[in-house]
Write a protein that binds this ligand. Sequence first.
Ligand code: ADP
Ligand code: ZN
Ligand code: ZN
Length: 691
Amino acid sequence: MPAHRALGGTLGYQTREPLAPGSLVRVPLGKRDVLGVVWSSADGPPEGVDPGQWRAVSATLPGCPPLGDSWRLLVAFAARYYQRSLGEVALAALPPQLRDLQPDQWQRRLAKHRKRSAADSPTHAASPPPTKADPPTLSSEQQACLDALAVATQPTLLFGTTGSGKTEVYLQAAARLLHQDPLAQVLVLVPEINLTPQLLARFAARFGEHLVVPMHSGMTPAQRLGSWLAGHLGQARIVLGTRMAVLASLPRLRLIVVDEEHDPSYKSQDGARYSARDLAIYRAQLESKHGPGCQVVLGSATPSLESWHAAAQGRYLRLDMPSRVGGGPLPTLRVVDMARQPKGTVLPTALVAAMAERAARGEQSLVLLNRRGYAPVLACHACGWKSHCPSCSAYRVFHKLDRTLRCHHCGFTERVPRACPDCGNLDITPIGKGTEQLEEQVTALLGGQTRPDGQAIRVARMDADTTRQKGSLEAQLDRMHGGEVDVLVGTQMVAKGHDFRRISLVAALNVDAGLFASDYRAPERLFSLLMQAGGRAGRDASLGAHAEVWVPTWNPGHPLFAALQRHDFAAFAAQQLAERQSAQMPPMSHQALLRADARTQAAAQAFLLAARDAARNLPGAEHVTLYPPVPLTIQRVANVERAHMLLESVSRPALQHLLAQWHPVLATCRSLPQAKGLIRWVMDVDPVSIQ
Ligand code: ADP
Ligand code: ZN
Ligand code: ZN
């Protein structure tokens, strides 16, 4: 099978010698020569195929062990389940550089890799890895979980509050496994690239640097190939990466950890839209069937309702760690009623005072706002002009630092006009607030207050704009850890996972949108964000006693806050699941979303309507609800009109059955005259967001 996006299935090739399934080869495809994977091999061609039509494999990649059965089964499953071609999924699973290497280049690269790894590990690969840092003695809760994991046969949901020491459980579970099986491999998944450095450091400190490799899209192609080889050749004991790592070739995979399993980043949003968490579950089953057994652990303080429900049904084993390490309490929630604040309040006075108080004690505060830039809209009050993006149904965001208007959807950037482009009014004003403005305002509000050393309070900002340059994220994290920052303003990216020791106050702004959003998953996200954010506060037990989470809101009576105040995820989940049950929504039902992009909204919808009519006539369609096509919330991006239609069924197999039959039909719908102008269609199975 040539690894190529556009190919549906496998192609036939001849070889002189039989090749093992999973072997990497170079094959001719049209006029090109591309990387391929031997999917299956036979002595002769299948009946009715003329072997004379088959071209010959051009070369093999010498010294490369074939990809394993379970890897191929995983790729095949992912392709089938997510409605993509085998070639595309295989391609996504292999390091990009592998595609370009000719056999001689490959040989040199492999030799270099082997030489380097031999230098790295003086010990024989089969001896147990040296334990570097001394592991701490586990708390009784941690120990109980580790003991339960030793005998667990199901996927395990580690429900541990923030700071309960889940990572330590992963570390010791990995250590125990490697002690039993020195050749075992462990896969640790994290939701975001920026969480890898810290966790990588912890694993490397425990297991030794050369046994732990990272795997994520922020690495150079050469680094990615190096990590992939270390995994594929069985040299790496621990592979730590983002969702793409779930497809890594790990011939002796025995343990998969999915940290922060609730995080929507585990669902890919382009190409094959797979869920790394769901594939991890599937992969563990496959590896167990074809090898010595593989466990999977999902960890979270706020599990996805899918996993929570699976545990309630007994499909997953739930292990609880309700206490923080060292016994520190969880932070107190302070819900501030904005209706009682003076009109135009940016930050409640009491909150500003609380931040100043902390800074005066040498403690840190974190202020979260999930909107980067200075202001989301720029407007002219004289004529009503707003900073629309010409190509999208969205506003361009005002960035003050470089005085630009930037569209966060299509990237279109222009300098801020001096005057209103429509009426010439000089007084165009920002509406609403982003992190850039918040940083400015917090700095102003805290002006005149000092730190213990008598210096002014230092405010910093961390978001996608400040961390774009290579190394800048690490530098900013270091400054934060080093106590050089007193108040950090940032987007969600700082709320997740970081182990900041000196934060004793977290404020989350603008949360009301999450309470009433049209997306039914919004409350789940908000709860988890606030819980995660709170998890940043008071991680040091000495600060824990007065750690606080502040939430300014116009809806202080919302039940979500009541559950959060009690740190009662179970109550929140029960309430949400009851709602999902009564509305027959996931996880009680299963969904797929067919999206169409077209030159016009009419064409997008016409294609979807035709597709819907066609689906109705397929056998088994009565078990699936086909909703009418609707435009996306942001209907137009980069001059492309977007619409989608939802499919839903209480039966996953029924939905899968329909999708499999539907797939070839969609190609015919595309050529209908009313769908003229259709650019592409995309299937999203188990979508995490329907907007
Ligand atoms: P979580 O992943 O649940 O948020 P971590 O595993 O990061 O929690 O643990 C929080 C902090 O507690 C870390 O700094 C970790 O080193 C420390 N820690 C974890 N377990 C123990 C233990 N048994 N004894 C002492 N410190 C621990
Ligand atoms: Zn104007
Ligand atoms: Zn745009």
